[in-house]
Design a protein around this ligand. Structure first.
Ligand SMILES: [Cu+2]
Length: 701
């Protein structure tokens, strides 16, 4: 039927029909949003409820989070933004003012139960807030506890747009005489776009800077050479607790925080992990932490010596300040790269402990320890580097448990080499959204097939953390964010009872979210009725460019690429310095298919021995030990195979090897040693059969 359309309608009519269909769809999306906007707001629906209003202005400001003045995105002039305080039953009215000159912004209310339109995900649920514009959010406060808000636009959360939300219960419950809000975050003086670019280009720079880079020598010295080589053989990337090297870790925007804590006083600490990419271990000098709430939900109080708090999670803990002294509450980054502390009380300082540093090698041991902890022996002691204390979390009041559910599995997938993170290996632009009928209960198995932790957040709902062996599911914890440890599974269950619309499910590590670890859950009517338009994709910056050039006494070589999703546009060149040996330039396109295969096409200009100009097609295939094999066929009869391998000898020294054989151009090879000097520069020395021996400098741009 469809095949016959063009003949019937003619190409012009066909084009018009398609254009109109697309346009109509955009129009119906606008009509849908307009209707939502026109519907009565919370203050009209609940006229008796007190309205608590705030104004949040997003603007650019020079601040010094890590000591040096740098541009920060501030909220009302600072970061974090003000603590928004409400009482259960209030109507929140928050006006977000965008005072940025050339960027849109957004605010998402993390963990709050709000109508879909108020959820704050730009374009998916809520219109953009353009420069100079403002938007007023309104929603009824239907819960209590510690939550937070943050921008859901690009990298703005990393740049400072976040703050805490504190909601008192309807009937005040005093569990502590005093309370403090502590917002944890990570800060980098680099622009987060530059961080993302550094991660995408596959640079080891951050690992090197943190002293966590892996190398042949390091593995040998640690007695883990067999394991290291075994992983290289199986194409398992090096273990990595975190991707980025940060310049500072902060509490309430400060590198050292002093909290009021009178001797003998018990303080309720409302902890929010607003970091873009950091898990923290919390230790208190006063002893075990008494946890009373997790993700805003009251839990049966329990003691935890050391608390792992993932990005986007919140915990409320009770700490009693002893009679004398100043007591440290220390948050140590999970990768051991730094810490930040708050001090309670006055007098001689009592330091908290830090967790033992993570092993740089020994991934097998680490994975075994995770499995042990997920399924612990009775009375097993708390690990020195514990997982999140989910096994100890019990809801303070029972909640209903659905009698039946539909089950689905999402695989948390990652390609460390390309730095691409997904659910099920699928680009969010192509992946089908998950459709759930209103009232339906869905159980999602989050299967982490990667070597990293991922904090998975679901918008607008609480989910139940499912433990099939739990005899009392009615008190299983309710959360909005769950840490899924490496190579393990967490199961969550939610009922779609927070209204129709598109709700995001995503990894809260910002740099993962941006590469594509995100999925839309569409809650349809109970009969499956949907809005008349497709879900908008949560668009995040996805085009980045980078390159590298080496100038030695023998040759000028390098490459540059523009990457957008799985597409790359590439330029590659090599040219002898003396001009006698000719040059070879390639201009091309490549498409990344999966971890092992990419396809190439382009044009080659080759004046070296046996070379010629002409178009080529080819593919590259990744062999065990991360050896790349590239096969190209050029017009004019040149068939070429090349093998490439980069060996990390020590933290700073790598050896790049290349071997190439062409039907017309013969065999050539090269070996180059590189010594890392800085993020941009390396020294290089090597030999190539085409250009001879040379020393020089390599720059990454
Ligand atoms: Cu992730």
């Amino acid at each position: 039927m469809l095949v016959n359309w063009p003949q019937r309608l003619g190409p012009m009519a066909m084009a018009l029909a398609l254009a109109t269909a697309g346009h109509a769809c955009e129009l119906c999306r606008q009509a849908y949003v307009t209707a939502l906007e026109a519907a009565p707001k919370a203050s009209a629906l609940h006229p008796q409820a007190p309205v608590v209003a705030y104004r949040l202005e997003v603007s650019e400001k020079m601040l010094s989070p890590a000591g040096q003045p740098v541009k920060v995105l501030a909220l009302n002039g600072g970061t974090p933004g003000p603590v928004l305080r409400f009482r259960e039953g209030d109507v929140a009215r928050v006006t977000v003012v965008n005072s940025l000159t050339d960027e849109t912004t957004s605010i998402h209310w993390h963990g709050l139960l709000v109508p879909n339109l108020e959820d704050g995900v730009p374009e998916v649920t809520t219109p953009l807030i353009r420069p100079g514009q403002s938007r007023t959010f309104e929603f009824l406060i239907r819960q209590h506890g510690t939550y937070w808000y943050h921008s859901h636009t690009g990298h703005q959360k990393q740049r400072g747009v976040y703050g805490a939300i504190v909601i008192e219960p309807k009937q005040p419950v005093v569990v502590a005489s005093h309370e403090e809000v502590v917002v944890l975050s990570d800060w980098t003086d680099e622009s987060p776009m530059e961080v993302q670019r550094t991660l995408l280009r596959g640079s080891d720079w951050y690992a090197y800077r943190k002293g966590t880079a892996q190398s042949l020598l390091g593995a040998y010295q640690a007695g883990k050479l067999d394991e290291y080589l075994g992983q290289q053989k199986k194409l398992v990337p090096p273990m990595d607790l975190s991707d980025v090297a940060f310049d500072a870790f902060l509490m309430n925007g400060q590198r050292r925080l002093r909290l009021a804590g009178k001797p003998g006083q018990t303080t309720r600490l409302r902890l929010v992990n607003a970091a873009a990419a950091t898990y923290f271990y919390l230790d208190a000098a006063t002893g075990p932490l008494k946890i009373v709430s997790a993700d805003g939900q009251d839990v049966v109080p329990f003691d935890q010596k050391r608390l792992l708090i993932g990005p986007a999670e919140t915990y409320d803990i009770l700490v009693t300040t002893p009679a004398t002294g100043s007591w440290e509450l220390r948050a140590t980054a999970q990768d051991g790269s730094g810490a930040v502390s708050a001090w309670l009380g006055e007098g001689p300082e009592q330091a908290a402990k830090s967790p033992p540093p993570p092993g740089r090698y020994g991934m097998d041991d680490y994975l075994l320890s995770i499995l042990d902890e997920l399924d612990p022996e009775p009375d097993a002691p708390e690990s020195a580097r514990p997982l999140s204390p989910y096994l100890k979390l019990r809801a303070a009041t029972p909640h209903p448990v659905a009698k039946s559910h539909r089950e689905l599995t999402l695989k948390l997938a990652g390609d460390m080499i390309r730095y691409e993170w997904t659910f099920d290996g699928m680009d969010p632009h192509q992946a089908e959204m998950i459709k759930v009928k209103e009232g339906e209960t869905i159980r999602v198995r989050l299967v982490n097939n990667t070597m990293m932790h991922h904090p998975i957040h679901f918008h607008g709902h609480f989910f139940r953390l499912v433990d099939p062996a739990d005899p009392n599911p009615a008190t299983s914890p309710l959360k909005h964010t769950v840490d899924v440890p490496p190579m393990s599974v967490r199961t969550i269950e939610f009922t779609a009872d927070e209204g129709r619309g598109d709700w995001l499910l995503h990894c809260h590590l910002l740099y993962h979210h941006i590469t594509g670890m995100v999925r839309t859950v569409r809650v349809t009517g109970a009969d499956g009725a949907e809005p008349p338009h497709p879900a908008a994709t949560h668009s995040m910056p996805k085009t980045y460019a980078w390159g590298q050039a080496a100038l030695t006494t023998a040759a000028f070589t390098g490459f540059a690429t523009v990457q957008s999703g799985r597409d790359n546009w590439n330029l590659r060149w090599e040219e002898a310095v003396d001009g006698d040996h000719g040059h070879e330039y390639e201009l091309g396109y490549s498409r990344y298919l999966d971890t092992r295969i990419s396809l190439h096409a382009g044009y080659r200009f080759d004046t070296m021995e046996g070379g010629r100009d002409g178009p080529f097609v080819g593919l590259s295939y990744r062999l065990p030990y991360f050896v790349d094999f590239v096969l190209t066929q050029q017009a004019g009869g040149e068939t070429r195979g090349a093998l490439m391998k980069s060996l990390q000898l020590t933290d700073r020294i790598s050896l790049d090897l290349g071997l190439r054989r062409g039907r017309l151009t013969g065999t050539s090879g090269s070996a180059d040693l590189r010594l890392t000097l800085s993020k941009q520069f390396s020294l290089t020395a090597g030999y190539s059969s085409d250009f001879g021996a040379g020393v020089g400098i390599l720059t990454r741009f």
